[in-house]
Design a protein around this ligand. Structure first.
Ligand SMILES: *Cc1c(COP(=O)(O)O)cnc(C)c1O
Length: 391
């Protein structure tokens, strides 16, 4: 079996030049406790970068979504409509609040929430006077959903829209930053995202009071008093000053990271685009796709092998690739909840694959991926199974 000492990861952290300087500054000034000047500056710089009015730096994207839902008024027993094709972290906070998710299928232009299905579902609920308390639209893999018709539908029924832009920092919608068009937007700085603080998140909104309230809830909901006074339940959700220093460094290289990931995509498309049965995730006409991950679908008949066969062939060569997200309506933990459609998301899951996409991949890494995929297409034995008598 061929020896590949270095694993090629799907998406690994990629530091720029300034992170250590900012972290050292936090140490030198002993701002190790959560909160401190890097947190405030990171929030300000982030707002400038995405064009948001106000931001709260938090311990994770999941925490940001939890606070966003609570602050737009989602309560126990209510419904929240959410993209079906996503990571479970888009949905779990709905359950933290005792509310119920309703899953909305994808369209094929962007793989994101289908605006027509959302509008129909809202209309049907409005007729029964059972409107959801919020809608969460997810911007998958670095691409914004079609926000204009989604915002129209939400406005028509006065339902707040929360954007889960955890995967879409750097993406745009008609010239505006993904995450800044709804009532609130959330981002993630987890280790595999386009920029990282090792772990962290951001909540943005035009509503200054909402962000002020988020900051309070994120620091154990202390009321203004010299002693500890509490009139509501809080959380420990703030980003630490040390990690905010990493975030400030990462933000400075965001544009380079987007450019590098788009270059990965262009390389793959150039090198694999001629293979029949293989189709890349489209870039919708309404904005910039960051290509956080390069995703494609495989038609097993036309390609001659299915998604799993390609993934296993890559794994055998120590290359990490992942199936597209398994839709929420197919997850055992959410089986009891309602879904609207689901066939598109199920098909994208069945046939979809995410290729290694890190901004720090070397040309040789990308070439290895291409070689394995082309080998599977040609029917070569690349699964790592060594025929008897060899190896
Ligand atoms: C990563 C991710 C989250 C959660 O962010 P964390 O910072 O890991 O909590 C939420 N939604 C989506 C779509 C994600 O990809």
């Amino acid at each position: 079996m061929a020896c590949n000492p270095d694993r090629v990861y799907l998406s690994s952290p990629h530091m720029g030049g300034m992170e250590e300087t900012f972290v050292a500054e936090a140490f030198a000034t002993n701002w190790i406790a959560p909160l401190g000047p890097h947190v405030d500056t990171f929030e300000r710089e982030f707002c400038e970068r995405v064009g948001a009015a106000h931001a709260a730096a938090l311990s994770s994207g999941t925490a940001a979504l939890h606070l966003a839902l609570q602050l737009v008024g989602v309560g126990a027993g209510e419904e929240v409509m959410v993209s079906d094709l996503t990571f479970s972290a888009s949905v779990n906070p709905i359950l933290y609040l005792g509310a119920r998710p309703v899953f909305i299928d994808s369209e094929r232009t962007s793989w994101n929430m289908d605006p027509a299905l959302l509008a129909e579902a809202l209309e049907a609920r409005a007729r029964r006077s059972r409107l959801p308390a919020a809608v969460i639209v997810v911007h998958l893999y670095g691409q914004t959903a079609d926000l204009d018709p989604i915002l129209d539908a939400c406005r028509r029924y006065d339902v707040p829209l929360i954007e889960d832009a955890a995967e879409a920092l750097g993406a745009t919608y008609r010239g505006r930053s993904s995450g800044t068009l709804g009532k609130a937007g959330i981002y993630s700085f987890n280790g595999n995202k386009i920029i990282t603080t090792s772990g962290g998140g951001m909540l943005v909104s035009e509503d200054e009071a909402l962000i002020a309230h988020a900051r309070k809830l994120a620091t154990q909901a202390r009321d203004p008093a010299p002693h500890y006074e509490h009139s509501e339940i809080g959380y420990n959700y703030r980003l630490s000053n040390v990690l905010a220093g990493i975030g400030r460094g990462q933000l400075r290289v965001l544009e380079e990271r987007v450019a590098a990931r788009r270059r990965n995509f262009d390389f793959y498309r150039e090198a694999l685009g001629d293979l029949s049965g293989l189709e890349f995730m489209p870039e919708a006409p309404w904005g910039r796709h960051t290509r956080w991950l390069t995703c494609l679908t495989i038609d097993p008949q036309a390609f001659g092998a299915d998604r799993e066969r390609i993934r296993l062939a890559l794994e055998a060569q120590n290359i990490e690739a992942r199936p597209v997200w398994k839709p929420m309506h197919l997850q055992p933990v959410f089986a009891a909840f309602e879904s609207v459609g689901g066939e598109v998301a199920a098909d994208l899951f069945a046939r979809g694959l995410c290729l290694p996409s890190g901004s720090n991949l070397a040309p040789a890494d990308l070439a290895r991926v291409v070689e394995v995929v082309r080998g599977v297409a040609a029917g070569a034995d690349t699964t790592g199974l060594v025929p008897a008598g060899r190896g």
